[in-house]
Design a protein around this ligand. Structure first.
Ligand code: ATP
Ligand code: MG
Length: 564
């Protein structure tokens, strides 16, 4: 097994696919083996929906002592690219899965696929059709009407072999001929009405270059690729359910060395999210986001940059489970899972996003002391650290109101709050500039309220702060949902017309505790009262950039509680 130690080998909850695999092992079907594959098309970056498929395929293999291959379904040269191949490998590995030397490409099977197609022709099971794509579509019929046979359906084996060979040799332009399976134009399943197996496409392929100008369709290439790799359980999403008869037809009539079985499960849908690679590509190409790894994207690369851990994503996939029925998962569940994970692992820190200066008038000028702060209340081993405290501090502008409403348990004139890990503070006076904007608060503190006689004195609110002299500057990027409505493509609407204009808020001039200024990209923190943050790769020495991964407000916990 090449499962790395940190991957979840604890079995996920039983589901219908795991039941099938267990049954097949018991009855000795597939020679007592379980062998799965994850088959991405390298035409975009992987997203959280793919993570569900990755966790399922690699998870089932690991739990049943089997193997899982990584196979690129690279049969469409027009949209595919090596950039995507590399990104896919990085993402699967980052999620915690390994596939040894079992990287495969459908394009490696082009020659074998061609030979199987010739065999189908010889067996009278495939023919070259010379109708235009439009005519083929017109002849296909509808759900209620049967299709019509093509006039080319009765071509002789010799003619078909000759034409197919000349298609391969490049004698014909795109769209002039296709190779079709000869099944049944009256089949109630439209996928079985002589589906196309090969198209002419004079396009260079990212791996095979100009060696081919005919390319197999997914429905033809996929079952044979599975069989050639000895795949036992070919797991795919529900939209392929109606293609299963064709999958089985291809296996039956090409007679490859093994008989894989296709099993469908419901794809992951998330509200407020689009998962179609075509739409994600449009977001990138139209520069509506800053690339595939923009932290607002539902891509694995985006989630990683946002600060999610692979453990949280795997945990999310385990929680949503695998079933046969389509549903929409609340994105709040993903956020909840990420929050729970970061709560366990993230060090706490103090940071002020929109600073307001305060001067503690009764604190001696020139004095500096250090107060002790807990690094992670969830993890005693994480220990404590010292924060510099002095006469001039910065607090969050939002934590002060000159005329507060009731229940505003933060700072206002004449009111006391506790400074986190430090003293009780009272606002005495407000300083404003000529236009009436508050520029500074003059305060006093209770000197006995840290370790003295009033240390346990309680006041209503606690706020965070940093030392004005010692804090370091940072840029902080706050994210909101990329789309405004729960179902961005609802009713055939273009989801790109539903973008949330406030999905990114870049704040410069934030202040962080001094120790954070040199944190490495990827490091994760909880900024107390503000959320979980991680260091962005855009950071430069002395100029850190933080992404907010999630806020602390857990809407999922509330929903779950209400549901009882
Ligand atoms: P798109 O239609 O957006 O291009 P795709 O499904 O064609 O996506 P592939 O690269 O072909 O993308 O997908 C690789 C594997 O991941 C397939 O087995 C597919 O079924 C699975 N997959 C894709 N999207 C989801 C999803 N939302 N939930 C679960 N599995 C998915
Ligand atoms: Mg696909």
């Amino acid at each position: 097994m090449d499962q790395p130690a940190d991957a979840p080998v604890a079995p996920a909850a039983a589901d219908f696919i795991r039941e099938i695999a267990a049954d097949d092992l018991r009855t000795g079907k597939h020679g007592g083996r379980v062998h799965t594959r994850f088959p991405p098309e390298p035409n975009g970056y992987l997203h959280i929906g793919h993570a569900k498929s990755i966790c399922l395929n690699f998870g089932v293999a690991a739990e049943f002592g089997g193997l899982c291959n990584l196979r690129y379904d690279d049969t469409n040269p027009a949209k595919e690219d090596v950039e995507y191949v590399e990104a896919i490998e990085e993402d699967v590995r980052w999620l915690g899965f390994a596939w040894g030397d079992r990287t495969f490409y459908a394009s490696d099977y082009f020659e074998a696929l061609y030979r199987y197609a010739e065999q189908l022709i010889r067996d009278g099971k495939a023919y070259v059709d010379s109708l235009s794509a439009d005519d083929i579509r017109r002849n296909r019929g509808t759900l209620t009407e049967p299709g019509r046979n093509s006039p080319y359906r009765e071509r002789s084996v010799e003619d078909n072999l000759d034409l197919f060979g000349r298609m391969r040799a490049g004698e014909f332009p795109d769209g002039t001929h296709v190779l079709r399976a000869r099944i049944d134009m009256a089949s109630p399943n439209i996928n079985m009405r002589d589906p196309t197996l090969y198209r002419i496409r004079h396009a260079a392929h990212h791996r095979t270059g100009d060696a081919w100008c005919i390319y197999p369709t997914y429905d033809y290439a996929h079952p044979i690729s599975d069989a050639l790799e000895g795949i036992t359980h070919s797991l795919c999403t529900l939209e392929f359910e109606d293609h299963r008869p064709l999958y089985d037809w291809v296996i039956e009539h090409t007679r490859p060395p093994a008989r894989p079985r296709q099993i469908e499960f419901a794809r992951l849908n998330l509200n407020y999210t689009v998962m179609s690679k075509r739409k994600l590509l449009a977001l990138v190409e139209q520069k509506l986001v800053h690339g595939w790894d923009d932290p607002r994207m539902p891509t694995i690369a985006g989630l990683r940059r946002r600060g999610c851990t692979p453990e949280a994503i795997r945990d999310f996939c385990a929680r949503i489970g695998v079933a046969k029925k389509e549903n929409v998962v609340d994105v709040a569940l993903l956020e909840h899972t990420v929050r729970e994970d970061l709560n366990r692992r993230a060090r706490r820190a103090l940071a002020v996003l929109r600073p307001l200066r305060i001067v503690i008038e009764n604190y001696p000028e020139g004095r500096e002391e250090h107060v002790q702060a807990v690094n992670n209340p969830e993890d005693p081993a994480a220990g404590t650290r010292l924060l510099p405290f002095s006469r001039e501090l910065c607090i969050e502008r939002d934590d002060f109101m000159e005329s507060p409403p009731k229940k505003f348990f933060r700072l206002s004139p004449g009111v006391e709050v506790r400074l986190r890990y430090a003293y009780i503070l009272k606002c005495e006076r407000v300083v404003k500039d000529a236009s009436g904007v508050v520029t500074e608060l003059r305060c006093t503190y209770d000197p006995g309220s840290l370790s003295g006689p009033t240390a346990t004195r309680r006041v209503k609110g606690t706020i965070h702060w940093v030392s004005a002299a010692r804090a370091r500057g940072a840029e902080v990027r706050l994210y909101d949902r990329l789309f405004r409505s729960p179902d961005p493509g609802e009713g055939g609407r273009d989801p790109l017309s539903d973008l949330n204009p406030d999905s990114l808020d870049r704040l410069s001039g934030c202040l962080i505790e001094p120790a954070l200024a040199d944190a490495e990209p990827g490091a994760r923190f909880q900024f107390e009262r503000l959320g979980y943050f991680c260091v962005d790769p855009d950071s430069r020495p002395g100029a850190p950039v933080f992404n907010r991964t999630v806020t602390l407000k857990d809407t999922w916990a509330r929903i779950a509680q209400r549901a009882g």
